[in-house]
Design a protein around this ligand. Structure first.
Ligand SMILES: *Cc1c(COP(=O)(O)O)cnc(C)c1O
Length: 371
């Protein structure tokens, strides 16, 4: 056995995205204790910067010590009690996982389906909530990474509020990449990931909960089934004030990385980051369309950071992706589920959303397709 030295790739798939050298070097700083006052001070800064990234004043805003899927599970395990009816919007892979989470938490799932590549339909949600007056939660994916479609989170939350439902929103791919305003839109529980538009290493899941959501967690009749993800306990470690109780050992160096990525987001400015993703998407789009490659998702609901495009007729999907990887060290994403073999997913997330990557991807793809 020898040390592992990974190849240097350009990551333009659905995540992880390229990690900035500043973030990688932050990870290599000395490990200190997870209750060390210096570390606790850094935790507070992470919380403050996450609140800004989510555009929220929610006190309960923190990173869960595990990837995006654990943020998803934190929301469902804490907010769904056995027997609770939850309306879940399904327009891709991650909506299907929400349904799975509801059922595992003992909830009753009512599904609202939209085609892959389309946004969640507010009309269908309105109808479904009207027909299910006992529904307690509406759950949907803001940025569906399996298709590249963006749903109208603001409108969906308005509808949920009208029907007295809490909202659970998947923002794994949207945080830092497109407009997202937790307080203004009235989102009750939201989870994200570090390896998409924050361009950090994978393994942490920023989450945020409104007071209304926390009330529900505090007043549960049953214990949260998961000890590790129980917010009542996690709050003792990530909570307010200097007094922190040991719950689990935080992934210390991973949190240095998240801290650095949030500092970088602040330096750039949140709205500038959103604008950069859009302008890189426009450049990529122009190049792809010149090559005759078309987009799966209509322009008005298209995510700039996740470009789903139709694989040209007669082209071998796997052969092209492996040639890009082996010859050019360039990773693009395959299609998932219904889109497997039909679609490529080209990511422009975080540090990967820059002009040199766009030009590199276009010219490498052109070379491989011309062969
Ligand atoms: C990537 C992703 C997840 C899962 O995140 P992991 O970090 O892979 O666990 C969940 N939802 C969406 C929309 C995603 O893109």
């Amino acid at each position: 056995m020898q040390s592992f030295n990974p190849p240097v790739r350009t990551l333009m798939g659905p995540g992880p995205s390229d990690v900035h050298p500043r973030i990688l070097s932050a990870m290599a700083r000395p490990t200190i204790g997870h209750l060390d006052p210096a570390f606790v001070g850094m935790m507070d800064e992470v919380k403050t910067m996450l609140k800004h990234a989510f555009q929220t004043e929610n006190a309960m805003t923190m990173p869960v010590s595990a990837p995006g899927s654990a943020g998803m599970e934190t929301c469902f395990a804490n907010l769904v009690e056995p027997g609770d009816k939850v309306v879940v919007c399904i327009n891709g892979v991650f909506g299907m996982r929400m349904k799975e989470n509801v059922e595992r938490a003992g909830g009753v799932c009512v599904e609202v389906h939209d085609d892959w590549g389309k946004a969640v339909s507010p009309e269908k949600v309105e109808e479904t909530l009207a027909a299910n007056a006992d529904a307690k939660i509406l759950a949907f994916v803001h940025a569906e990474t399996s298709t590249g479609a963006c749903s109208d989170a603001k409108t969906l939350c308005e509808i949920a509020r009208k029907h007295d439902c809490l909202t659970i929103v998947d923002a794994v791919t949207s945080l830092g990449g497109v407009e997202l305003r937790v307080d203004e839109w009235g989102i009750d529980a939201i989870y994200s990931g570090t390896q998409k538009c924050l361009s950090c290493t994978p393994g942490l899941s920023p989450v945020s909960f409104s007071e209304k959501a926390l009330d529900k967690v505090r007043n549960r009749k049953t214990k949260v089934q998961s000890w590790f993800l129980d917010l009542n306990l996690v709050m003792g470690y990530w909570g307010q004030g200097a007094k922190r109780a040991y719950h689990h050992t935080a992934p210390i160096n991973a949190l240095y990385a998240l801290h650095e990525s949030l500092v970088m987001l602040h330096e750039e400015g949140l709205e500038n980051a959103w604008a950069r993703h859009k302008s890189m998407h426009d450049k990529l789009k122009a190049g792809l369309e010149e090559m005759g490659i078309g987009f799966v998702v209509d322009e008005d609901i298209r995510l700039p950071q996740l470009n789903s495009v139709w694989i040209p007729e007669g082209v071998d999907d796997a052969a092209v992706r492996s040639e890009l990887l082996n010859t050019y060290n360039l990773e693009i994403g395959a299609g998932l589920g219904d889109f497997a073999g039909k679609v490529w997913r080209i990511g422009l997330m975080g540090f990967s959303a820059k002009e040199e990557n766009v030009l590199f991807c276009l010219s490498a793809l052109k070379k491989v397709l011309n062969k």
